[in-house]
Structure formats: C-alpha cells, structure tokens
Design a protein around this ligand. Structure first.
Ligand code: URA
Length: 206
C-alpha cells in the first residue's frame, strides 16, 4: 500500500512546511532541501519541470542551474519574467540520485503536493517541461517531440479548465544548441510565442 494522502494545506506557506517534512518516498533520504517552488504564486502561468538537480537541491529553489538559466532566457524572450510572471515547480520535489529520472512511484507519491500547488496557485496556463512532466501530470508516456507545442485543456480536477502545453525540457535544449529553423530551440521559441499570445488573450479577456 502507498503512503496515505497528506492533509490539504490552506496556504502555500503551509504547503511548503508540510513538504519540508515529507517522507512519502525514498528520495527524502538523499535530499539537502525539499524544492517546492520559486516565482509568483499569483501568476497566471505555472511551469512544471521534472525534478531538482544538484544546484536546486543545494539552494532549495527549482530551475536555478544551467537549464533554469536557459528557461529564464527563453521566457524573457517572450516578455515573461520567470520570477514575476510565473510560478515554477516540479513533478518531484526531492532530487533523484545522480539526476536520474524520477520513477512512476516517486511521481505518484509527490502528486498530492503538485495538485495542491495547482489548486492554491490557480494558474490559467500550465507549461509541462519535458517528458516526465507530461507523464507525471497527464499520464502520457512518450511522445514529447510530437506533442510539444499543442494546447490541451485539462479535463479532471485540479486541471479542469486550464490550458496546458507540453514543451521540450531546457536540459534537452542545452544538449541541442542549434537555433536553426526547425531545431528544438527554434520550435520551443515558437511554442513560447504561442504561450505569450494565450496570456495576452486571457489578460484582455478575449
Ligand atoms: N530540471 C528540472 O526539471 N527541474 C529543475 O528544477 C531543474 C532542472
């Protein structure tokens, strides 16, 4: 039997405190910090990545290493400031050893925390960065290169009514630095322009 569902937190501060004491899976044993979030809890945009790496584990903040810097730059190129206009988190909140992918069980153990984050932040638009986020949030295994850039509407609580878009993970873009037309970076930039348009539409109420 898996761990029991944690109690609902009524605020993000309470949720962060609860996450700090979490021992719902084995990742708790190797962590320096539980990495809950950074950015603006009132933002309309939420970015969900895979899980903390070494720098995130050391600092307690998501996406602060090289992949995070690239994410920040790419968001900035479409006038999204990652700390002012977005709330950033991961499907798992503790670092998997050696930066391996989180397992299905680890993602499932962490899911109640992510669901509470979605409820409390209440974003209109959610970016799923990479295959683990796509699998962890929507249960879709594989297909990130085919599904990236496509809007989906969340169907079940707490995603119902929200706009979701899978994008390529910034670590993948670091390994594929070409900016040529059709390259992973070029495609992601186009995806983010689409995200910008969606946010503009939501802001103007159209
Ligand atoms: N990669 C992720 O998916 N999340 C982080 O926080 C850092 C790197």
């Amino acid at each position: 039997m898996g761990p029991s569902t944690p109690a609902l937190s009524s605020s993000l501060e309470q949720l962060t405190e609860a996450c700090r004491g979490c021992r719902r899976c084995g990742l708790a044993d190797g962590r320096l910090h539980v990495v809950v979030s950074r950015g603006n809890p009132a933002a309309r945009l939420m970015v969900i990545g895979e899980g903390p790496g070494a720098q995130e584990d050391a600092s307690g903040l998501p996406f602060v290493g090289r992949a995070g810097q690239l994410l920040d730059q790419m968001l900035a190129s479409v006038a999204i400031d990652s700390n002012r206009d977005a709330y950033i988190c991961n499907v798992v909140k503790c670092r998997p050893p050696g930066n391996r992918k989180p397992t299905v069980l680890e993602i499932a153990a962490c899911r109640p925390w992510l669901e509470q984050q979605v409820r409390l932040v209440n974003p209109a638009v959610v970016l799923l960065a990479g295959a683990s986020a796509l699998e962890g949030v929507l249960g879709i295994k594989g297909g990130i290169t085919r599904l990236r850039g496509q809007w989906r509407q969340g169907e079940r609580d707490p995603l119902a009514g929200r706009w979701l878009m899978p994008i390529l993970h910034p670590s993948y873009l670091l390994r594929n630095p070409s900016r040529e037309q059709g390259s992973p970076k070029w495609l992601t930039w186009h995806d983010l322009q689409d995200v910008r348009r969606r946010l503009n539409q939501l802001e103007s109420g159209s």
